[in-house]
Design a protein around this ligand. Sequence first.
Ligand SMILES: *[C@@H]1O[C@H](CO)[C@@H](O)[C@H](O)[C@H]1NC(C)=O
Ligand SMILES: *[C@@H]1O[C@H](CO)[C@@H](O)[C@H](O)[C@H]1NC(C)=O
Length: 736
Amino acid sequence: ALCIQDDPHVKVMMAGSTLRKVKSRSWKKQRHFRLLEDGMTIWYKSRWAGRGHSTFSITEVEAVREGHQSEVLLSIAEEFPADLCFTLVFHGRQGNLDLVAESTEEAQAWIQGVRKLIHKTQTMDEKERLDQWVWDWFNKADKNKDGKMNFKEVRKLLKMMNVEMNEEHALHLFTMADKSESGSLEIEQFVHFYKMLTQRDEVWKVFQDFSGDGEKLMLEELENFLRTEQQEGEQSAQHAQELTDRYEPSESAKKQGAMTFDGFQMYLCSQEGSIFKPEHRQLHQDMSQPLSHYFISSSHNTYLLENQLRGHSSLEAYIKALKRGCRCVEVDCWDGSDGEPVVYHGHTLTSKILFKDVISTLKEYAFKVSNFPVILSLENHCSVEQQTVMAQHLSQILGDTLLTTLVDGLIPQQLPSPQELKGKILLKAKKIGGLEVCLDETLTDEVSDEEEMANGECSDDPPKSKLSRELSDLVVYCKSVHFHGFEHARLHGKCYEMSSFSESKAKKLAKEAGTDFVQYNTKQMSRIYPSGLRTDSSNYNPQEMWNVGCQIVALNFQTAGLEMDLNDGLFRQNGCCGYVLKPDFMRDGSTQFSPEKPDGKQGYKPLRLSIQVMSGQQLPKVNQKEGSIVDPLVRVEIYGVPQDQAREETSHINNNGFNPVWNETLNFVIHTPELALVRFVVEDYDKASRNDFMGQFTLPFTCLQAGYRHIHLLSRDGTAIPPSSLFVNISISELT
Ligand SMILES: *[C@@H]1O[C@H](CO)[C@@H](O)[C@H](O)[C@H]1NC(C)=O
Ligand SMILES: *[C@@H]1O[C@H](CO)[C@@H](O)[C@H](O)[C@H]1NC(C)=O
């Protein structure tokens, strides 16, 4: 389907190569790999497996890493040089595929070839994407690989695709698509058949309402639609022209300045037609305010890939978190053998990794998806000797990347900004004394023992002997201190001092002293962590902590579910850079905002949100059992200040995951729109037990676009599942 078959690297992939698949030091087996004719599916088998084989699609691959960039490949580094090795990293939770080629040329062909194909899939437009999706299914179902399917096979395939249809209707369309009257469809004919089957009546109706002749939208008709339904105001005229240029497939319609139904549907299914404001996907917020004015995407127990009792500690977990935009990672350090500190969940059966390897990984991956600073939160259980080793590793491995001095040489009255700290890693840990000592040192080059003693004693730090001076010196803007109440912080708190709160402590403070907490967080940062009782690595609701302005609300990134959906949802805005500017009423030190009483806020203006849930498209199958068809329902959940917490759902539609139509309107009142998140969840209704999760999408209320919009659904672990979507009609108005 993709036209890059002439590329020399892709040609090598199509011819096929023998590669070693490596699972561990001892498990290394040869497999024959090749790229199938569709240019998208990679097929592989062992020589003696008979007909057995495996396949995966390029769309499942997130990235290719070159050389020894996985734990497994590192473990065989002496046996196989780096230029033969590479790793395919998959989206979501599927494990990596570590491979070794027989020659450098072959390794390069696969590395470059797969990268090109990934790039191609990422830059496909909606139409190509849908075509690809249908191709993938066709290839999966075409077991004997003859490139043809009769009606019986097509019927079976449609069932696999979650398409339930009227048999007579389907047979009629099948006959129409079978132009050669051969009784079977080739792939292009199947794509055509599929498109006839997925005709969207509700979109057609909207089109008819605005089209004068029922066949096309002239520019002014499209402009009228954008102004009245999509609520685009001023920009409508210019936007109508741009949309026609971008989405209209027919050249003759374009010449007339018109949009056909195909173009209209293409626009509605595109990113621009989606529910998320395109300009909020980009970096668009002021990044020059103090760090304490931002919510920061933060992970807890970053080293764990699974649960806390026996899970696997892995460098991969750091890579995954950083790639997801996380800007505060946690390192739990303990004394290791041979004087090398290790990272793992102390006193449990979790496996161990070397501290220095974690730091090297951090150096490599910290700034791949965002340039803004990374905070390294140190949970230090080491002896003074190994702390000094840690300090040496940090300085040597990170070099200039590690921030070790004040940005402007002055004792700060407020924290520096993400902008000023671009490309820097900040250490958050205990420190002997304050920044004043730091400054003295740079001036006098020497501190007497007495001074050190004095500083050590008057702070909350552990006795000085427990802390390595070298490590302490690397802490600048994120000094860990104990929390002694808001009053104490008002009088004595320094902007570079930060405290950690357990979820229950933070929850209690938020409830009892919300306004104090909001004020405290305008100047100092707070870090919230999950209760130690959550040994299954479950998460708490981060919204309650964001409501009082806590910046570092650390979650177990490895645990999928509602809480991570909220985290991904909040940080989806502002270019996914890991920093979101708090609303203005949470940045002013004398703010009177209380999440418990949103109507007391200056400029309080509640909004009415009305969501007409119209239809669903190609919803994912939850239960792969043959013959099972879903009964989908849509629930809209609002997260925000306590008064805004709400949920409403549609009724369920029996036996239709393919093109269910609900046409039900759900209404909400939002008191603090600046803090609200909207989550759309699709579930398979079950009368007897809990409903099954099918897909979701979460976004900040402020990023909602009004009008007719598609919501592109995500799987439980946050990866895209095209072409599954919801079609909704959204209106937002002031409450009168
Ligand atoms: C959806 O509901 C609205 C209002 O109740 C109604 O006017 C419209 O005809 C319905 N559309 C469909 C496709 O059922
Ligand atoms: C969509 O919402 C708008 C505004 O509430 C309304 O005027 C319009 O009739 C709705 N569309 C349909 C098909 O119900």
